[in-house]
Design a protein around this ligand. Structure first.
Ligand code: NAD
Length: 501
């Protein structure tokens, strides 16, 4: 298509159309190809990283006060203009506008946290640690931070990292998902307006070549990755082998355990929200409901009746639907394939979203919300991440059986328990091998001042995203031991090992 706009890179404070190949960008609601994104070439990758490195050298020396003023300005501009960003997200991702706004607000929380960075990176001072000796620690930026993000949160996931990285004095190179790259370019323009020096925020669009360029560059100090587990593992191993600091967040399969004493209406509402919101394309989506047999039938009826009320359509429509399409036709077909697998393995398809069409959006990548019951736990539909609007019910006999199932899976991102029994909830939080836990809360994404991250195959590396972990990740510490001689005394020569007297 000759008139298709090309989404460029953002290098050294300006848009830069790529010289290499492009990849199509679709509006998932209409199935229309709305743009093409530049895929970085070797020389564009090298230039983007080099300009970021040069920018880091001066940005890291800017005063705390100047850096803080720019972060505050960025926050004000984002707050004023976030409606524009929400429209961009909906156009390229497909999620409904209010959900796009929700992701921006969760990202904005991290910007707000970052405005308080002077307090969080100010180090510590121990006076007179030994006679006449003071010891103090200072936190300095690490350099150029690579941020590689997935398609499902094109604004929020980069915002988990870059506000803190930039506040702490680093430069960042963001490699967005090639499926929805425009949000990052919009954020780059906002930074420029906020007064951020050119090169501190770079957007390198591209595919594996761009990712590998970041992983292998000597000028990149750290990698923050969010995406699927196989790629997260590759990123972790390659970045670590190249001596970089790395945090690589992977996939998920989040379970909701429902005890018989729970309020089943609340549970049904929350299961719908957490299972079908954003068409299930959330790493914190609930994909499995573990229901104690005695309440399973009633719960399934309640979920089913609510599903009948869900409106599915183009997320940009004025009469906003509840749920939009999936990201690509290929992904829609993959998710539908998991429903086939579950059915072949003996699950009951209670509500079938296959073959669902939205009038007026026949070419959109829609799949109707689907409810499966009695999903066998050895089915791939149970063991693998589906990442779509498919909720599986697994019937269990006891609390212990539920915890055992949660702990036997490969992932450990999020989980939730629904109960009115505080003792059971307490045991649950203690025994599950999962990084983020909800107690009567279905999508327990921590607020910005706590850190986000899972266990097991959901996070490779030692550091979670944002919160205190974020400030530690994007700074490195120096410990200084200093002695200023008291002019009234003489030290004399001493060849002994330093000791505290
Ligand atoms: P993905 O792994 O396909 O892609 C993520 C990023 O990696 C993209 O920028 C992509 O261009 C790049 N990439 C893809 N293949 C690559 C390769 N072979 N080598 C190098 N780079 C490559 O993930 P996705 O489909 O964009 O996103 C969905 C996945 O992200 C799901 O598995 C979801 O659970 C996960 N996710 C996890 C979290 C979390 O916090 N744990 C948050 C959001 C999404």
């Amino acid at each position: 298509m000759s008139n298709t706009p090309v989404i460029p890179h953002w290098i050294n404070g300006e848009r830069r159309e790529g010289a290499g190949a492009t990849s199509p960008v679709f509006n998932p609601a209409t199935g229309e190809e709305i743009a093409a994104v530049s895929l970085a070439t070797e020389s564009e990758i090298a230039e983007a990283i080099a300009t970021a490195h040069t920018a880091y050298e001066s940005w890291s020396r800017q005063s705390v006060a100047r850096r803080q003023a720019i972060i505050f300005k960025f926050r004000e501009l984002l707050n004023e203009r976030k409606g524009e960003l929400a429209e961009i997200i909906t156009r390229e991702h497909g999620k409904v506008l209010s959900d796009a706004m929700g992701e921006i607000l969760r990202g904005q929380e991290v910007v707000e946290l970052a405005t308080g960075f002077p307090h969080l990176i100010k180090g510590a001072f121990s006076e007179n640690a030994s006679t006449g000796i003071d010891v103090y620690s200072i936190k300095q930026p690490i350099g150029v931070a690579g941020i590689i993000s997935p398609f499902n949160f094109p604004a929020m996931v980069p915002m988990w990292f870059f506000p803190i990285a930039i506040a702490a004095g680093n430069a960042v190179v963001v490699k967005p998902s090639e499926k929805n790259p425009s949000a990052s370019i919009w954020l780059a323009e906002l930074w420029k307006e906020a007064g951020l020096p050119d090169g501190v925020f770079t957007v390198l669009n591209g595919d594996k070549l761009a990712v590998d360029g970041l992983l292998h560059s000597d000028q990149v100090a750290s990698i923050s990755f969010v995406g699927s587990t196989p790629i997260a593992k590759y990123i972790y191993e390659t970045a670590a082998a190249n001596g970089k600091r790395v945090q690589a967040l992977g996939g998920a399969k989040n379970h909701m355990l429902v005890l018989p004493d729970a309020d089943l209406d609340l549970v049904a509402d929350q299961a719908i929200n957490a299972g079908y919101g954003a068409a299930g394309e959330r790493c914190m989506a609930i994909s499995v409901v573990l229901a104690i047999e005695s309440v399973a039938d009633e719960l399934i009826e309640k979920i089913k009746s609510r599903m009948a009320e869900l409106k599915i359509g183009n997320g940009a429509d004025e009469q906003e639907p509840d749920m939009g399409p999936l990201i690509t036709a290929e992904h829609r077909n993959k998710v539908a394939g998991y429903i086939d697998i579950a059915e072949e393995d003996g699950a009951d398809v209670v509500v079938d979203g296959r073959g669902f069409k939205v009038p007026g959006c026949e070419n959109g990548f829609f799949l109707g919300p689907t409810l499966l019951d009695r999903v066998p736990t050895d089915s791939r539909a149970y063991t693998e991440e589906i990442f779509g609007p498919v909720l599986s019910v697994v019937r269990i006999q006891s609390f212990d059986e539920g915890v055992e199932l949660i702990n036997s899976g490969a992932f450990g991102n999020g989980t939730a328990i629904f109960t009115n029994d505080g003792g059971a909830a307490r045991r649950f939080q203690n025994e599950v091998q999962v990084g983020m836990i909800g107690i009567n809360v279905p999508i327990p994404v921590p607020v910005a001042y706590h850190s986000f991250g899972g266990w097991k195959a959901s996070l490779f590396g030692d550091s979670k995203a944002y919160g205190v972990h974020g400030f530690d990740f994007f700074t490195r510490e120096k410990a200084v031991t200093s002695r200023w001689l008291d002019p009234a005394k003489h030290g004399g020569i001493n060849l002994g090992f330093p000791q505290n007297d």
